[in-house]
Design a protein around this ligand. Structure first.
Ligand SMILES: [Zn+2]
Length: 235
């Protein structure tokens, strides 16, 4: 697999229908369905999916779906970093058994109620305080800097992630852009990963994201999904 790169839409939940529609339209024009989407089954314990809704039908226009936690919110935390980010780090502070229970609930909802078949997960805020092989029901876990197999601890693909959503930390939006560029410049062999969030739409980042995706295409990169990358054994 020569020069792969990833595009992943985060925070797919029914309340973001308008933003997701704008992101999907832009990506479908640029790369067709060659991207993946991280789905939150029960956003903030308030928004469940209706499989017949318009927002659910959007999910058919990307090549791979990933689980993205259960409710995407940490119940309570004294961590100022968690608070500043909007408490998206659902799994931090939980025991491994409770984390697995939430993964099972999420997979049950997506596979049962929605008839979706995610094989991988992006933990909310990329925070998963257990090792990937200790998670069951999934083939792989995508962290901020690595795509890890759940069956083989030694099998991982290193990533350079661009992200613009840092919760209340809007000052971090540009550094989030620069961090991906810096990491990829320091280590050109790592796989670029463009992480897009619904809030990037009102914050005005879509044109910049479109330009970045086009730049990868112009430079000979091929959009792939995390499952394809994991199967290829690229490291
Ligand atoms: Zn998220």
């Amino acid at each position: 697999m020569s020069k792969p790169f990833l595009i992943v839409v985060h925070d797919a939940a029914p309340l973001f229908e308008a933003e997701l529609a704008a992101i999907f339209e832009q990506l479908n024009q640029r790369v067709g369905p060659r991207f993946s989407c991280a789905v939150v089954p029960n956003w903030h314990d308030e928004f469940r999916w209706d499989r017949n809704s318009g927002v659910a039908s959007l999910l058919k226009h990307c090549d791979e779906l990933l689980l993205h936690g259960w409710i995407h919110r940490r119940a309570a935390s004294l961590s100022p970093v968690s608070w500043l980010a909007g408490r998206p780090d659902e799994f931090n502070g939980l025991t491994p058994a409770v984390i697995q229970q939430r993964i099972d609930w999420g997979l049950g909802e997506l596979r049962g109620a929605l008839d979706l078949q995610p094989n991988g997960m992006i933990p909310p805020a990329w925070q998963l305080p257990v090792s990937s092989p200790d998670v069951s029901g999934l083939d792989y876990v995508m962290r901020f800097r690595r795509l890890e197999s759940c069956s083989d601890a030694s099998s991982a693909v290193r990533l350079a992630t661009w992200s613009w959503d840092w919760g209340r930390l809007r000052l971090f939006e540009w550094p989030g852009d620069w961090f991906g560029s810096l990491q990829h410049w320091l280590e050109p062999s790592v796989v670029p990963c463009v992480a897009i969030h619904p809030v990037d739409v009102p914050h005005g980042w879509l044109p910049r994201i479109d330009g970045l995706v086009q730049k990868f295409l112009d430079n000979g990169f091929t959009p792939v999904t995390p499952g394809e990358l994991m199967a290829s054994g690229t490291s």
